[in-house]
Ligand binder design. Structure first.
Ligand code: PAF
Length: 290
């Protein structure tokens, strides 16, 4: 399949407007490039559900802290174009920062409440940067269906809330995490792992599974005890330094008083110079009287 690479915002808007004028449903897949099988699954889902799949490929400086990996973030536009086309995208927008922000932006979008804890506490300002660029990408794309991975679960919650609060004409669709066969969630940042780190990295997922087992098999209702079980499981791996292990309500991401219904288990940890995040759903057995 051929893919049109677009660098200018006006041409991008025109291409998506033209698709809608032809009666086509537009699927949007925002990315920061370095595409992998996780992104491809988003593009494939968009391709199955939409007539035109539009991928954005832009490493957004606003969402990186001063000591983060903006300068070294992996980039390979030619390969991204190949992979996006292979997965079913027809257009890919890869603007420069000067194209997107001819003047340094003085407007910022902040979603309060959902953004202070978890990733927000380790990465101050991160979600303001995400919400600002996603608002801009939604504005340039116009009415569409937008696909986001559940791997960045908090980001997905923030984007959903922002689109609802601002009445943006975008249907936000969450898509399941894609994992390597050993369980490691796919991420562009996995490219930073040394071979020793890569071997140990799936233990983040195994720690989430320990939390899920505590809820679903051992019927533990206390979120603190489940979070401790997750942390204890990861602590067995000396290469990891835990950032957080949390049990949250799947919508507002607060910790419930007692686990009575589906929760989202969220973890972040450092391994060498790489920070990994992952998450998993867990639902207690229907009877809650134990
Ligand atoms: O998930 C990402 O790749 C980025 O945070 C996003 C949504 C493309 C915004 O820059």
């Amino acid at each position: 399949m051929t893919l049109e690479l677009i660098e200018h915002a006006a041409a991008w808007r025109k291409a998506l407007d033209a698709a809608r004028a032809r009666g086509q449903r537009v699927g949007l897949v925002p990315t920061m490039g370095a595409l992998h099988a996780g992104h491809m699954s988003l593009i494939r889902k968009a391709s199955a559900e939409c007539d035109l799949v539009a991928v954005t490929d832009y490493v957004n400086p606003l969402q990186f802290g001063p000591s983060e990996d903006l300068a070294s973030y992996p980039a390979d536009l030619a390969r991204d174009c190949e992979l996006a086309a292979e997965a079913g995208a027809q257009v890919l927008f890869a603007p420069t920062t000067a194209e997107l922000w001819p003047h340094a932006p003085t407007t910022s979008v902040r979603v309060e409440g959902l953004t202070e804890a978890l990733e927000g506490s380790s990465r101050p300002g991160h979600f303001d940067g995400v919400a600002t660029i996603v608002t801009k990408l939604f504005s340039l794309a116009g009415p569409c269906w937008a696909y986001f991975g559940e791997k960045d679960y908090q980001q997905l919650a923030v984007v959903r809330r922002m689109a609802a609060d601002l009445s943006l004409p975008v249907e936000v669709i969450g898509c399941p995490i894609v994992r390597d066969p050993d369980g490691l969630a796919l991420s562009s940042r996995n490219a930073y792992l040394t071979s020793d780190e890569r071997q140990v990295a799936p233990h983040l997922y195994y720690a989430l599974l320990a939390g899920k087992r505590a809820i679903e098999d051992d019927v533990v209702h206390d979120p603190e005890a489940v979070a401790e079980a997750m942390a204890a499981s990861l602590a067995k791996q000396a290469l990891f330094t835990l950032d957080y292990a949390e049990v949250t309500d799947p919508d507002d991401l607060t910790r419930p008083g007692r686990i009575e219904a589906e929760v989202r288990l969220l973890m972040a940890a450092r391994i060498g110079r790489t920070r990994l995040i992952d998450n998993l759903s867990a639902t207690p057995p229907t009877s809650t009287d134990s």
